[in-house]
Write a protein that binds this ligand. Structure first.
Ligand SMILES: Cc1cc2nc3c(=O)[nH]c(=O)nc-3n(C[C@H](O)[C@H](O)[C@H](O)COP(=O)(O)OP(=O)(O)OC[C@H]3O[C@@H](n4cnc5c(N)ncnc54)[C@H](O)[C@@H]3O)c2cc1C
Ligand SMILES: Cc1cc2nc3c(=O)[nH]c(=O)nc-3n(C[C@H](O)[C@H](O)[C@H](O)COP(=O)(O)O)c2cc1C
Ligand code: FES
Length: 604
C-alpha cells in the first residue's frame, strides 16, 4: 500500500523549479501572507494535504502546503508564515516578482464518511482549507476548530464559513471564541458530537494531543506532519520520521502509522541530528524495529574483503540518513546497507534546491546536498536502528585532512560496522574533493588503515570520473592499503536558470553532481578499466536500474552493487526485482553463483 503510493508520487514533476510571477499577495494575519499563483499544471494535479516546493531564487527552496485551488482549477494559493531566512525574504516580495514552483508532492488527505471534524492551528490551517473545500464539494458536513494564540493570529476563519463549514474558534488569550487551546475545544466538542473522521494540521505537540483524544474517542484521524524537506522525492531521507519519508509517504499520515515513531518526541535538524521537541518522558532513542535476518539465497551469496553478504545488492551512500530507513532497505531485500557519509562535525548541508531531474523522464538527476550529517559521534542511534537488520553495514565517511580522518576512524571503531567506505569524491563539497589531491588522499588512506585494520575492518575508497586518471589513482590507493574501490560517484555539473542567469542549485558555487541514467554507460566503462589494473575488489555504483546493469557491471569486474537514483522512480521494490531477475539469469545460463560472472568480460 505504502509502496504503491510512493511509486505514484514518483510521477510528480521532479525537474528544476519553473518560474511564476506572484499574481497576488494578501496579509492574512499578523504572521502570515497568502501568495496566489496562476500555475494550472500544478493546480490541476493538486490534492488537499499535498505541498509544493517554493524556490526563492538565490535564497532557498522550502515546502509549503497548497492552501487552495481556485480560478476554475488554474490558481494555487499558499499561506506562508514569516519564520526564518527564506520565509522572511518571501514576505518582502511584491506582486509580479518571479518565484520558482514545482510539485505537487506527497500524499494528501483521504476523505471518508459524512461528518468530518477539522482541527487546525497556526499555518497548519492552510492545507485544511483546501481539504474542507474538497469535502464540501463531496457533500460532507464539516465542523472546523481553528486555534491561535490570539484573534490576530487566526487564519482563514471567514473562508471556512463562506464554504458552509460550522466554524468554532479557540484563542489562548480569549480574544475570540473559546478561551483556551484548540485541543480543549476538541475534547468538549467530542463530548456531545460524533464524527466519522478527524483531519488535523498544526504544531506537532498539538497534533500529538489530538491523536490521543481521538484515539480514546475511537475516531479515525489523519494528520499532516512537517519535517525538514530537501530533495522532496524520497531520495535523500532528510525528512525521515521513523523510517517513513514525510515528502513521499506523507505529509499526511493515519494517526496509527505514527504510533511507535518519534512523532511528538523529537525531530531532525537539517543535519539529520535528532533534537527533542518534548521534554516529557521522551528520549532521543527510536522504538526498536523487530530483529530481521534475510533469507539464504545461495545463487546470490557473495564474499568480499572477508565479509559474507547475503546478496550483493546494496543502497548507495546518501540515500538515507536514518537507520530506520536503511533497515527498510534490508527488509525490502538489500544485502548490505551503506550509510550517509558522515564526518567529524555536524553539518547541515547546502540550502535547497539540492536535487532535481535534469529533464522530465530522463531519470538523470543533479544533486548538491553538501554532505549534511549529524557528525560521527551523534551517528550511533542510526547505526543501532540499521543494525536491527542482520546484514553487513558499510559506514561511509569523509574527512578534510589526515587528523580528521584518524578521528573519524577511531570513533567508527565504537560502532558495529562491517566496512568503512571513504568518500574521496563528492564533487561539490565545501572543501576540494580529496581525489584531486592524490598525495593527501594516500596519507589519509594510510592513517585510516592504521586505525581500523587491527580490528579487521576493511576500507573501500570511493572515486569519481571527475579526475582524469581514475585507474591510476585507484592503483596508488591499492598500494596505500585500500581493500576495495567503489566507483563511481556523481559527475560534476553546474546547472543554470536561463531566465535569471543564476545557478539553480543552492550550493553557493552552483556546482553539483549528476547521477542516474547518465552514469550507466560511463560507470561500466570505469569498472572495466579498474578491473584491468587492480587486484582488490570493485564495488559498482552509478546508474544501476536493472539486473542487466548488475550483470554488465559484474562482467566488467564488480562484485558488489549499490543502487541510488533508481530508488527515486522504482522505490524499495527495486532490490527484490533485481534479485529475482538476477537469479533467473544465473539459473537459465548455467552459472552456479553470481560470483562466476565477475570479470567475465576480461576472460573472453
Ligand atoms: C510538508 C510541509 C508543508 C509546509 N507547509 C507550510 C505552509 O503551508 N506554510 C508555512 O508557513 N510553512 C509551511 N511549512 C514549514 C516551512 O517549510 C518552514 O517554516 C520553512 O521551510 C522555514 O524556512 P525558513 O528559511 O524561513 O526558516 P529557517 O531559517 O530554515 O528555519 C526557521 C525555523 O523553522 C524550522 N524549519 C525549517 N524548515 C522546516 C520544515 N521543513 N518544517 C518545519 N520546520 C522547519 C527551523 O527548524 C527553525 O526553527 C511546511 C513544511 C512542510 C514539511
Ligand atoms: C541525493 C544524493 C546524495 C548522495 N550522498 C552521497 C554521500 O553522502 N556519500 C557518497 O559517497 N555519495 C553520495 N551520493 C552519490 C551516490 O552514492 C552515487 O555514487 C551516485 O548517485 C551514483 O549512483 P546512482 O546513479 O545510482 O545514483 C549521493 C547521491 C545523491 C543523488
Ligand atoms: S526530503 Fe524527503 S527524502 Fe529527501
Amino acid at each position: 500500500m505504502r509502496e504503491e503510493s510512493r511509486n505514484r508520487d514518483a510521477m510528480s514533476p521532479l525537474t528544476a523549479p519553473a518560474l511564476y510571477p506572484i499574481a497576488r499577495i494578501k496579509v492574512a494575519n499578523s504572521e502570515i501572507k497568502t501568495f496566489l499563483f496562476i500555475a494550472d499544471a500544478i493546480a490541476r494535479a493538486s490534492e488537499p494535504g499535498q505541498f509544493v516546493m517554493v524556490w526563492n531564487p538565490g535564497v532557498d527552496e522550502i515546502p509549503i502546503s497548497i492552501a487552495d485551488v481556485s480560478g476554475g482549477g488554474e490558481q494555487i494559493e499558499l499561506a506562508i508564515a514569516d519564520r526564518g531566512d527564506c520565509t522572511h525574504s518571501l514576505h518582502q516580495k511584491r506582486e509580479g516578482d518571479l518565484i520558482g514552483l514545482r510539485g505537487p508532492y506527497g500524499r494528501g488527505f483521504r476523505i471518508h464518511g459524512s461528518r468530518i471534524c477539522i482541527v487546525g492551528g497556526g499555518y497548519g490551517v492552510a492545507p485544511l482549507l483546501f481539504a474542507a473545500k474538497r469535502a464540501r464539494e463531496l457533500g460532507k458536513d464539516i465542523t472546523v476548530l481553528v486555534g491561535a494564540r490570539s484573534e490576530s493570529e487566526l487564519l482563514y476563519v471567514a473562508e471556512f464559513q463562506d464554504i458552509g463549514c460550522d466554524v468554532r474558534v479557540a484563542t489562548e488569550d480569549g480574544s475570540q471564541g473559546f478561551r483556551g487551546v484548540v485541543t480543549e475545544l476538541l475534547s468538549s466538542t467530542l463530548r456531545g458530537e460524533d464524527f466519522d473522521q478527524v483531519l488535523c494540521c498544526g504544531p506537532e505537540l498539538m497534533m500529538k494531543r489530538v491523536c490521543g483524544i481521538t484515539k480514546r474517542a475511537g475516531i479515525p484521524t489523519q494528520i499532516a506532519v512537517e519535517r525538514i524537506v530537501k530533495c522532496g522525492c524520497g531520495a535523500c531521507g532528510a525528512c525521515d520520521l521513523g523510517g517513513y519519508r514525510v515528502c513521499t509517504e506523507g505529509p499526511v499520515f493515519d494517526a496509527e502509522e505514527l504510533e511507535g515513531t518519534e512523532f511528538g518526541c523529537w525531530k531532525r535538524a537539517k543535519s539529520g541530528k535528532r533534537i527533542k521537541i518534548n521534554n516529557n518522558n521522551c528520549s532521543l532513542s527510536s522504538v526498536p524495529s523487530p530483529a530481521f535476518t534475510p533469507e539464504y539465497e545461495p545463487l546470490l551469496e557473495t564474499h568480499l574483503c572477508g565479509i559474507e553478504f547475503p546478496n550483493p545488492i546494496a543502497n548507495a551512500a546518501g540515500f538515507g540518513v536514518s537507520g530506520k530507513l536503511l533497515y527498510r532497505y534490508a527488509i525490502a531485500g538489500a544485502g548490505a546497507l551503506v550509510t550517509k557519509s558522515v564526518g567529524v562535525r555536524e553539518q547541515e548541508g547546502y540550502p535547497n534546491p539540492t536535487f532535481f531531474e535534469v529533464a522530465p523522464q530522463t531519470q538523470t538527476y543533479v544533486n548538491a546536498m553538501g554532505l549534511p550529517n549529524p557528525g560521527i559521534r551523534d551517528y550511533g542511534p542510526e547505526i543501532e536502528d540499521a543494525k536491527r537488520a542482520n546484514v553487513p553495514l558499510i559506514l561511509s565517511v569523509f574527512a578534510r585532512d589526515v587528523e580528521e580522518s584518524r578521528e573519524v576512524a577511531k570513533v567508527a571503531l565504537n560502532y558495529p560496522i562491517e566496512m568503512l567506505e571513504f568518500n574521496a569524491s563528492c564533487p561539490h563539497s565545501d572543501f576540494v574533493s580529496m581525489e584531486n589531491n592524490p598525495k593527501l588522499l594516500r596519507s589519509i588512506i594510510r592513517a585510516i588503515r592504521e586505525v581500523i585494520h587491527p580490528h579487521h575492518i576493511p576500507l573501500a575508497v570511493k572515486l569519481s570520473p571527475n579526475i582524469g586518471d581514475i585507474a591510476g589513482l585507484a592503483m596508488t590507493l591499492e598500494r596505500a592499503g585500500a581493500d576495495a574501490i567503489t566507483a563511481i560517484n556523481t559527475v560534476i555539473c553546474r546547472p543554470i536558470d536561463r531566465t535569471l542567469d543564476i545557478p539553480i542549485l543552492g550550493n553557493p558555487t552552483g556546482y553539483g553532481g549528476k547521477s542516474g541514467r547518465a552514469l550507466t554507460a560511463g560507470g561500466k566503462q570505469v569498472v572495466f578499466s579498474l578491473y584491468e589494473e587492480l587486484k582488490i575488489p570493485i564495488i559498482a555504483v552509478g546508474g544501476i536500474f536493472s539486473a542487466k546493469d548488475v550483470i554488465d557491471y559484474a562482467r566488467n569486474g564488480a562484485s558488489l552493487f549499490q543502487i541510488g537514483s533508481a530508488l527515486v522512480t522504482q522505490g524499495h521494490g527495486i532490490f527484490k526485482r533485481i534479485k529475482e531477475d538476477l537469479k533467473e539469469y544465473i539459473r537459465n545460463n548455467g552459472y552456479k553463483n553470481i560470483g562466476e560472472l565477475i570479470g567475465e568480460a576480461h576472460r573472453r
